[in-house]
Design a protein around this ligand. Structure first.
Ligand SMILES: [Zn+2]
Ligand SMILES: [Zn+2]
Length: 234
């Protein structure tokens, strides 16, 4: 079956995202747009993912994830099939952050929320920064925790694996690349990879319509992780 997805959305935890990217607003907008599955992937943190999962209930599938910024300034989407695995991964990521403080007046707020959109805290360390792990180390850490990595927005001139490294190292065993939009030049260059399009939404209106579909056997987190690990259609 084909399910409509948007696997790259930021919540109000990301300093660059709107404060109204609350768990319920994100879920309600995704449901309104007819999506079947979403992922909230904040920068270097998963503090709002559980609230989104709870806010979603059975209305829409929420894939646990995070957008990690490597030492080389590469953005990597790290997905897991359970909150437990994501939290374990998050514990490692915290160890490799530089601890510099956020200046919310300049960079934006980093709100932690519950499933009722109540602000329960605020991350004081700057989340939008590189952690002290390489791309290779982040991929290994993700896979060791049962997850899968999708390099983010490879068609952008900054913070992408192509802009920073110039290529996708074959040793990473990456099978899927994320694009912001259709870019024929890069698509033809990168034909060995499956392509996924996501919104990287920082505002509610930017969340995708029904335009990116995954062909999977059943609507489950495991099936989505399997597709991202080894899509059958290349
Ligand atoms: Zn990014
Ligand atoms: Zn992003």
């Amino acid at each position: 079956m084909k399910i409509a997805v948007d696997l790259h959305i930021h919540s109000a935890l990301s300093p660059c995202a709107d404060d109204d990217m609350t768990p319920n607003n994100i879920v309600n907008m995704a449901v309104l747009k007819g999506l079947d599955a979403i992922a909230v992937t904040d920068h270097n943190s998963c503090d709002n993912v559980e609230a989104v999962v709870k806010a979603a209930g059975k209305r829409i599938l929420v894939l646990p994830g995070m957008e990690v910024q490597s030492r080389e300034d590469v953005h990597l989407l790290c997905y897991f099939d359970s909150l437990d695995a994501l939290y374990k991964f998050d514990g490692y990521i915290k160890e490799y952050m530089d601890g510099a403080g956020n200046v919310s007046e300049i960079f934006g707020n980093q709100y932690i929320m519950d499933e009722y959109d109540r602000i329960t805290g605020e991350r004081e360390d700057m989340l939008l920064s590189s952690i002290d792990l390489s791309v290779e180390q982040i991929v290994k850490l993700t896979v060791d925790n049962g997850g899968v990595v999708v390099p983010a927005h490879v068609d952008r001139p900054s913070y992408s694996i192509i802009s920073q490294l110039g290529f996708v190292p074959s040793s990473l065993n990456i099978r899927v690349l994320e694009y912001s939009h259709k870019n024929e030049y890069i698509v033809s260059k990168m034909q060995d990879y499956q392509r996924i399009i996501s919104s990287d939404a920082h505002t509610l209106g930017d969340i995708l319509e029904r335009e990116m579909f995954l062909d999977i056997d059943d609507v489950s987190l495991t099936a989505i992780i399997q597709w991202l690990t080894c899509p059958c259609v290349i």
